[in-house]
Design a protein around this ligand. Structure first.
Ligand SMILES: NC(=O)c1ccc[n+]([C@@H]2O[C@H](COP(=O)([O-])OP(=O)(O)OC[C@H]3O[C@@H](n4cnc5c(N)ncnc54)[C@H](O)[C@@H]3O)[C@@H](O)[C@H]2O)c1
Length: 271
């Protein structure tokens, strides 16, 4: 699929990996609807999500690539928001060809101490969000006769880890959803794949995981991330939002690939 002039929705696009995906899709010529919450405070999480100013700044960066870009405020855990998101992107950008389900949250802790609200929120954003966004966008994409959905899962969707049970469970779910939807939408010529990022220096690591891993290894936050990279990747280097954006663009273009979950992890996960 040639991406020039196509329309893509990217959720969680204000910052981090979503921002990288939106910029790479723009470089490939796609117009982009950038979706995010617009309110950083979530009482069930221990770190801040993106603000509306982050979203607006990223929209300007995408526009500077010479494509159309619009911001949409939506919570991917609410069907009404997802339906409005799809309608607005379709109206303002002339249809929908691509959906990238990237919005995600993390919470860490042993199961015995883990708050039920935190479990519910992680599952709602990471696992239910892609379902609701797909449900809202599929009728629009189907009208085009072809399209692509890319879900951002994780290497944590391939192997479970202590203190990450909610996050890992949600990402395993994303991979199962990807395979199921790929079979369901194959006859409609809509391909569904997942990218499983490895280790990126975004808020999930800098604000949540690094302090915990640092304590575990007896080093400071920054050294903790470097230690994880050294121990877990064949290539001994971290991944970047550009790396994930490149993989998303590849999967959007790859006309005979569906149902796959591709690791972009420098060798940090092999199955
Ligand atoms: N950082 C990593 O190492 C890593 C590794 C594997 C997978 N991932 C996945 O990549 C995706 C992006 O994560 P990131 O690392 O860029 O983190 P991030 O926190 O920087 O970005 C997540 C974005 O999602 C938005 N968001 C959260 N809840 C939302 C909701 N309910 N509705 C709409 N938007 C919402 C946030 O505001 C934020 O802009 C997530 O799905 C994450 O699980 C990250």
């Amino acid at each position: 699929m040639d991406l020039k002039g196509r329309t893509a929705i990217v959720t969680g696009a204000a910052r981090g990996i979503g921002r990288g995906i939106a910029l790479k899709l723009a470089d490939a010529g796609a117009n982009v609807a950038l979706v995010d919450l617009g309110s950083p405070g979530d009482p069930s999480l221990t770190y801040n999500l993106a603000a509306q100013t982050d979203l607006n700044r990223t929209v300007e960066e995408v526009k500077a690539r010479g494509v159309k870009a619009i911001p949409i405020l939506a919570d991917v855990t609410r069907l009404a928001d997802c339906t409005r998101m799809a309608a607005e992107a379709g109206d303002k950008l002339g249809g929908i060809d691509i959906l990238v389900n990237n919005a995600g949250v993390i919470s860490i802790g042993a199961v015995v101490d883990f708050a039920e609200e935190a479990w519910d929120r992680v599952m709602a954003v990471n696992a239910k969000g892609p379902f609701l966004c797909a449900k809202a966008c599929i009728p629009h994409i189907a009208k085009r006769g072809a399209g692509a959905i890319v879900n951002i899962a994780s290497v944590a969707g391939k192997t479970g880890h202590a203190t990450l049970s909610a996050y890992c469970t949600s990402k395993f779910a994303v991979i199962g959803f990807t395979q199921s939807l790929a079979e369901e939408l194959g006859p409609a010529n809509i391909r569904v794949n997942a990218v499983c990022p490895g280790f990126l220096r975004t808020a999930m690591w800098t604000d949540v995981l690094n302090p915990v891993v640092g304590q575990m290894y007896g080093v400071n936050r920054e050294a903790a991330f470097d230690e994880i990279i050294a121990r877990n990747t064949f290539l001994r280097r971290e991944q970047t939002p550009d790396d994930i954006g490149d993989a998303v663009v590849y999967l959007c273009r790859a006309d005979n690939i569906t149902g796959e979950s591709i690791n972009v992890a420098g060798g940090g996960e092999l199955h």
